[in-house]
Design a protein around this ligand. Structure first.
Ligand SMILES: [Fe+2]
Ligand SMILES: [Fe+2]
Length: 366
């Protein structure tokens, strides 16, 4: 079924790559760590009234309407030739994994936003989700173009149908999506700034596109910050604070585990993974002060050691799964209990309380 699910071109390397990387399958797989596809209560979202934040809303929407990145996601003379064949095979594998998971994450945003736009009747909400779907479609398409040069690409149409959808109540969509947009901004800009200082590590041209790219993610995050501001309960009630903390811990620890699985990729970029992840957490937490009533204490003495424990437990879970059989199942259960404990420990680290400012809006400043 390769032909149906793949977008392959010819050539030996291409054949070899598509044998080794079933990218659409990689993207379709639902695990704890892979980017997910979401669905929600669209009717409830459609009832949001943005009047409490009208002025800031209109300014943000006008900026999105002006479409500053309209011409950005096209290959130009800056797109240097990529020597896929000469690339170290381990790096190639991890880089393709990085591109596939980024493409899936971008596309997952696109699908959710488009669906909201399609089902909605609220003019404000439909307009916002229309612009965000437009941006994410461009982002996913651009990554897919880069993958296509390696002879592999994610079949996005297939993905829409094959991927499992996770239902989240609208408020969980706000927390998770707000965070993933802002973390996306922080990740892209941190890599961009690092490569600006160390261009010798830029082993692929796509990184040159990250600066304008991350500004789109920044605006998307701004929109969710405004949506959360329409209802103070979302960030102020006791239960919702517990949920916000849950999402912070879940999103940060997932990123840690996922990044630590890509050793060669980060080595090629000249990036120390621990440094990079902490830097991204720090930027994200600082930005999130605009709307979240707390931040995770990432300098707490238990933070990094517990993340390491969690990572080790996840690796053991994977090994146990590959081993199979009764022994594998027992080992898997034990490792997964360890991962659960590590998560609980992270969750119990006291947060730093914050009081969001009266004016929610921010501009990208990194
Ligand atoms: Fe995006
Ligand atoms: Fe986005």
């Amino acid at each position: 079924m390769k032909d149906a699910t793949f977008d392959t071109t010819h050539g030996e390397l291409h054949a070899e790559l598509s044998d080794r990387f079933d990218t659409t399958a990689m993207a379709t797989e639902t695990t704890l760590l892979n980017p997910r596809f979401y669905t929600t209560d669209f009717d409830e979202m459609d009832r949001i009234d943005v009047s409490p934040v009208r002025e800031q809303w209109d300014a943000l929407l006008a900026q999105m309407k002006s479409d500053p990145n309209k011409g950005h996601f096209k290959k130009t003379a800056d797109w240097d030739h990529v020597d896929w064949e000469g690339m170290d095979p381990k790096l190639r594998a991890e880089f393709i994994d990085f591109l596939v998971s980024s493409c899936t994450a971008e596309f997952s945003g696109c699908v959710l936003y488009k669906e909201m736009k399609r089902r909605g009747t609220n003019a404000d909400i439909c307009e916002l989700f229309n612009y965000m779907a437009r941006d994410e479609a461009r982002h996913a398409g651009f990554i897919n173009d880069a993958l296509r040069e390696a002879g592999v690409a994610v079949n996005l149409g297939f993905l829409t149908k094959a991927k499992k959808y996770t239902y989240f109540r609208p408020k969980f969509i706000y927390y998770a999506t707000y965070l993933s947009e802002k973390i996306g901004y922080a990740r892209y800009i941190t890599i961009f700034r690092h490569l600006e200082a160390h261009p010798e590590h830029r082993f692929h041209p796509i990184f040159k596109w990250f600066k304008e790219w991350c500004n789109d993610e920044f605006s998307h995050g701004e929109a969710f910050a405004l949506l959360m501001r329409t209802d103070p309960k979302l960030t102020e009630s006791f239960t919702n604070k517990l949920w916000i903390k849950f999402f912070l811990v879940a999103v940060y620890s997932t990123m840690w585990v996922r990044d630590h699985a890509r050793k060669d990729f980060h080595e090629a970029l000249g990036v120390d993974i621990d440094w990079y992840d902490q830097e991204v957490f720090r930027k994200t937490s600082t930005i999130a002060r605009q709307v979240f009533p707390m931040e995770i204490d990432i300098d707490h003495p238990a933070w990094i050691p517990t993340l390491r424990k969690m990572n080790a437990a996840m690796l053991d879970m994977e090994r146990a799964k590959r081993r199979g059989g009764l022994g594998g199942r027992i080992a898997h259960a034990m490792a997964s209990a360890r991962a659960g404990l590590a998560f609980a420990r992270l969750y119990l680290i006291p947060v730093i309380p914050r009081t969001p400012p009266a004016n929610v809006r921010l501009e990208p400043s990194y």
